[in-house]
Design a protein around this ligand. Structure first.
Ligand SMILES: [Zn+2]
Length: 271
């Protein structure tokens, strides 16, 4: 087991720090999810108000508070700023603090889980706004998954098979769905995400519950999305990520869990 720093003696301080760090990362996520799909440069240019082009000063860039202070409008031109910016910052901050409180230590596992949360928030935002799961996000999610697999002692061969099954399996479903319904229900971004999910699950059998669970969540989410007036088409990415999150967060030692699950399943079939 890799080394870990125990946070129990100063857990409340760590949680507040995690909340602030998470909110700041959430602010960065709103920046990259705005710029990357538009193929704008990151980091080299100062943030500007998209409406009046005023350069934003540190005062305008405090997560959540700047939005609240300006009552949801630009300080310079009073153009309304979407509530999705403070919501992204809040979700990132709360998730970071919750994971650290739950884990109670700074370890490779808690860092990997926090990384999962950060990338997942970014992917949900871009998929909802642009129907896009960026390759940059997929790579980041894969790297955090490798860290998680290493820390939980996942088997490398099992993990590789899981990636293959996730990718090939979902690509097969994509083509069957297209042949049967004539509609493209699954994007290539979703197929890549199913492959990356294999790294996190660490076992090929994880693909079955992930597929079933994300399918069910997708139906529920798209109904809620339609009722809330979000338009006809709901992207599948958020449902895959939510299902994957439940499967990962359900057990801190996912690798062992799938091993047992696999053993039980093979025992069932050999009867
Ligand atoms: Zn403005």
């Amino acid at each position: 087991m890799p080394a870990a720093i125990d946070l129990q003696p100063f857990l409340s301080f760590a949680a507040v720090f995690a909340l602030m760090l998470g909110a700041a990362v959430g602010s960065f996520i709103t920046l990259i999810t705005y710029r990357l799909p538009r193929e704008e440069k990151i980091g080299l240019t100062r943030s500007r108000c998209p409406s009046c082009k005023a350069t934003l000063t540190p005062r305008d860039l405090i997560p959540i508070f700047s939005w609240l202070m300006g009552r949801g409008t630009c300080r310079h031109c009073k153009t309304p700023i979407s509530i999705r910016y403070p919501l992204t910052e809040l979700a990132t901050g709360l998730g970071t603090a919750a994971i650290l409180l739950w884990q109670g230590e700074l370890s490779a596992v808690s860092i990997a889980l926090i990384g999962f949360w950060w990338v997942a928030v970014a992917m949900v935002v871009t998929d909802l706004e642009h129907y896009l799961l960026l390759d940059e996000c997929q790579i980041a999610l894969a790297l955090f998954g490798l860290l998680y697999g290493w820390a939980t002692g996942a088997d490398l061969t099992d993990t590789l098979v899981a990636v293959l099954v996730g990718g090939v399996g979902s690509a097969g479903i994509k083509y069957i769905f297209l042949a049967v319904t004539g509609r493209d229900g699954l994007g290539w971004g979703d197929v890549k995400l199913f492959a990356v999910a294999g790294i996190w699950l660490g076992h090929a059998l994880g693909f079955i519950p992930l597929l079933v669970f994300s399918g069910l969540l997708g139906v529920v989410m798209s109904l809620v999305w339609r009722i809330a007036g979000g338009g006809k088409f709901f992207p599948f990415g958020p449902a895959i990520l939510a299902a994957l999150a439940v499967l990962i967060f359900y057990s801190p030692a996912t690798a062992t869990f799938w091993q047992l699950y696999g053993e039980n399943l093979s025992r069932l079939f050999s009867l």
